[in-house]
Design a protein. Sequence first.
Length: 281
Amino acid sequence: MRIIETIDALQECLKQCRDQGKTIALVPTMGGLHQGHLQLIDEAKSHADVVVASIFVNPTQFAPHEDLDKYPHSPEADKKGLMDRGADVLFLPSVEEIYPENQTSDYEVGEIAELLCGKSRPIHFKGVAQVVSRFFDIVEPDVAVFGEKDYQQLQIIKQLVGRQKRKINIASIGIVRENDGLAMSTRNKYLSASERMLAPNFNQALRQAKLNYESDMVLDQVISRAKEYLGKPFELDYFEMLDANTLTKITTSSADVIIVSAVKLGATRLIDNIVFRRSNV
Ligand code: PAF
């Protein structure tokens, strides 16, 4: 695996690959890698000849009070994990490399960025769109792979690619979970031992909501039951059931439904979702 820190060196390397007729996949990450990230590499390998993974903790997607400064950092383990998994290139740029002065990019995010996580993290998706656009400009991948845990992010990136008329195939993989159901996340490292024991209740609440909905409980009741279940020490940000394709209210024609939620457990923000097909549509 080649480790590259500058845009010029990366583009030179990718030009050689393209000259040999090879296709390129991009897996953008912020490091602190876990099995979920490594499965993104597997997915990327199934789509393209050359897999570029990036590690860049993007400052523009963190609000001043958020965890930018203490975001988990495990560079040696990350390098080993990516190499063992068969990534071809690790791109490790500095902030100056990604955001030189006067660099501009069109990364408008639509209304979808104001919902759900966008309400409590108002600048977050704009920062994500900015850095992802920048990586797309630099790498010009044939395919880019993202995780479905960040479902709203995934929809925003798909819309961005459509709006920017890029010829990039956006692939995704389902949520990778611990044995007890907790969705894998770099931020799980922040949980104390007692919080970690309680954390699976979060996914349990989503699964119970799905069961209740499928046994014809009315939607409002499904949601209020789940909110009751996620009492202290969980601090609820949102718990919603929406049309999975539009992230708006479920209508009679919504075929796919998402149960999506964000909570705080102690100081740690957790997100999770379940997407399923309605049987009666
Ligand atoms: O999902 C993430 O890890 C980040 O939001 C991403 C897509 C790498 C952009 O910084």
